[in-house]
Design a protein. Structure first.
Length: 163
């Protein structure tokens, strides 16, 4: 670990939390593919395109998270059975209504954001600025897409509620 000047004992927790995030992103990616393939109804064109955009982004993040784990000199989890066991997310049926798909994704975004905060907390304890920077950017991106999906799901009469 000399080339990163990070304490191996302290960075172990970061790698563990990154592996959970990797599992989360694999399930998220597959769920987006499922929804992209199976969306129907009046919202087909909007959601079909948006889900593709989202799964392409998730695919990149899967690779970046795994490479960050490798950069820290740990092994990324790489079996789907392990992803299912370790993920905070669960699979969704293919026969899901379009509006329910968006609701499920927003719930998953909350879980992803919570896991990203766990990664940042562990990385902060280890003084791992590289991981903090990478995951911090992910948080901002996911918060933005969450806002957009939430706005999409509002009726035309809804306004943005105050927090």
């Amino acid at each position: 670990m000399n080339y990163l000047n990070l304490d191996k004992n302290k960075i172990t927790k970061t790698a563990q939390e990154l592996n959970i995030l990797l599992a989360d992103y694999h399930l998220y990616y597959q769920k987006l593919r499922n929804f992209h393939w199976n969306v129907t109804g009046k919202n087909f064109f909007d959601l079909h395109i948006k889900f593709e955009e989202m799964y392409e982004d998730a695919k990149l993040k899967v690779d970046e998270i795994a490479e960050r784990i490798l950069t820290l000199r740990f092994q990324p989890v790489s079996n789907f059975s392990d992803y299912l066991k370790n993920s905070n997310l669960s699979e969704s049926p293919s026969e899901t209504k379009d509006t329910e798909m968006v609701k499920i994704l927003l719930e998953d975004h909350g879980k992803l954001l919570n896991q990203m905060r766990e990664v940042i907390s562990a990385a902060d304890d280890a003084k791992d600025e590289g991981t903090i920077d990478m995951i911090g950017a992910y948080i901002g991106e996911l918060e933005k897409i969450s806002w957009m999906l939430d706005a999409w799901s509002m009726s035309g009469k809804d306004t943005h509620p105050e927090a």
